[in-house]
Design a protein around this ligand. Structure first.
Ligand code: ATP
Length: 459
């Protein structure tokens, strides 16, 4: 199969025929005596290259070139021209033509020009394929099973569509804020640009401003050569400011100006710098409280949080626990070359009843340890370092009261048994609902629901 298609547009039949004959073996050739039918044919099927005569009847070559670029930007066009039309050639090249050949045509020269043009088409296709493969391999895989996190991800997919709207992600530690930020980046029009993470808590406060905005040579002692800032490195992409609550007030003022005007100065610099990047910030601190204490600028808070995304803690979305656990099991199984096939039912119960204060990060660590140390093939509570939930009541020896001669009210008996154990579990767990749920082999959500019902006397 000849891989490339070429459209030849020339009013001279001899030119059309000689090109068609010379190239027929190597390329798929279609010929047109004028621009209009060629443009119509392009609507149905786009060639890889167009050989376009300048002196055409009807729409001339330059008009046709403009029309082609308007409809199909990026298409390679080589102009065919008579020697005396050289001024027109210059105009064509300015409009974006790839190259030109002069009549009378020398087939060897034309062949070389066509080969070059098609090589650049091939390279462009290759770059696109590699880009696609890279993105597919790097797009973060975000597990979202629970309704609540699915709603968050639907919203995130919508807000990702703008290239520069600032987004503030709030959530407890380890809930997946950075993963959500990178998901936004890869779903946004900036996905070909860089995703640059700045952890504002780990860079010393007095260095943060210069690290973020860069500095000029000699800006401060030790600033031997100048340095580009992280903001600059994120140009055309996304700048992710993790732990944004840790920014000094001075850095906050600079960030505000940058967000509002897209402008900033290097530390020690006098030249105004401008660039475009999307800023996504995240925090697990209470920014409202920090604003009240004068530690965080209110205007910056509003600017960072043009769109706010709140990620619920893992305990509040128990439906995600097992899908996440299985996802990490596969990930670490592959990493450590271990064939772990799943979780024992006791391990699943233990996972569901554990109090995940460290959220998804804690769950990931637990599974990593489990996969690494387990003898397999299924993971047990001991492998995961979790306490097994108590055995179901049926297997315990309970002293059930006999049914009195006039019968009993099973519903109210069941209710008082449930009430008794919910209260006892809360007491044993020092009031921690999630742990109490674990003691009764329930997930947090179900336990909370039943406890609420019992407390309201409505069961
Ligand atoms: N829904 C999810 N699907 C798959 N992996 C997840 C998910 N949520 C979190 N993770 C993983 O859990 C770990 C912690 O997530 P991440 O670093 O994004 O949390 P964070 O909220 O930014 O934490 P911190 O507040 O400490 O900065 C990461 O390895 C991340 O890949």
């Amino acid at each position: 199969m000849r891989p490339f298609a070429i459209h030849v547009i020339d009013d001279e039949e001899l030119v059309r025929d000689s090109i068609a004959t010379a190239f027929a073996d190597a390329y798929r050739i279609e010929t047109f005596p004028s621009a209009e039918p060629a443009l119509a044919a392009m609507q149905a099927s786009l060639p890889d290259l167009v050989l376009l005569d300048i002196g055409l009847p009807g729409m001339d070559g330059l008009q046709a070139l403009e029309e082609i670029y308007q409809r199909h930007p990026g298409l390679r066009v080589v102009m065919i021209t008579a020697f005396e039309e050289i001024d027109t050639v210059v105009r064509a090249m300015k409009l974006g033509a790839y190259d030109y050949v002069v009549k009378p045509l020398q087939m060897a020269g034309l062949e070389a020009t066509v080969r070059n043009a098609l090589e650049s088409v091939r390279l462009q296709q290759e770059v696109r394929t590699l880009q696609q493969q890279f993105l597919q391999a790097h797009i973060p895989y975000f597990i979202a099973q629970s309704d609540v996190i699915q709603d968050v991800m639907t919203f995130v997919g919508r807000v990702a569509q703008s290239p520069d709207t600032p987004i503030l992600i709030q959530g407890d530690t380890g809930t997946g804020k950075e993963l959500v930020a990178s998901t936004i980046h890869y779903q946004s029009p900036n996905f070909r640009g860089p995703f640059v993470t700045v952890n504002c808590a780990t860079i010393p406060r007095d260095l943060l401003e210069s690290e973020m905005f860069g500095y000029e040579k000699g800006a401060f002692s030790g600033a031997g050569a100048g340095k580009r800032g992280l903001v600059e490195m994120a140009a055309g992409g996304t700048l992710f400011l993790d732990e944004v609550g840790d920014l000094s007030l001075q850095a906050q003022a600079k960030l505000l100006r940058f967000l509002e005007q897209g402008e900033y100065y290097h530390v020690g610099g006098v030249r105004l710098q401008t660039l475009q990047t999307r800023v996504i910030s995240a925090t697990n601190q209470d920014l409202d409280a920090m604003i009240k204490k004068g530690e965080f600028r209110k205007d910056l808070y509003f600017r960072l949080g043009v769109v706010e995304v709140k990620i619920p803690s893992l305990n509040a979305r128990p439906d995600d626990i097992l899908p996440l656990a299985r996802h990490f099991m596969v990930e670490f199984g592959g990493k450590f070359a271990k064939s772990i096939t799943g979780f024992s039912s006791a391990a699943e119960k233990a996972l569901l009843s554990h109090d995940w204060t460290g959220n998804v990060r804690e769950l990931k660590n637990v599974i990593e340890r489990g996969v690494l140390t387990a003898a397999g093939p299924t993971l047990t509570p001991a492998d995961l370092g979790l306490e097994a939930s108590p055995e179901p009541l049926e297997s315990c020896t309970l002293g059930f009261p006999p049914i009195p001669p006039d019968g009993l009210d099973l519903t109210s008996l069941t209710r008082s048994v449930e009430k008794h154990y919910i209260e006892a579990a809360m007491k044993m767990a020092d009031g921690n609902e999630s742990r109490a749920a674990g003691l009764l082999g329930l997930n947090h959500h179900t336990f909370r629901y039943r406890r609420k019902k019992i407390l309201s006397g409505d069961s």
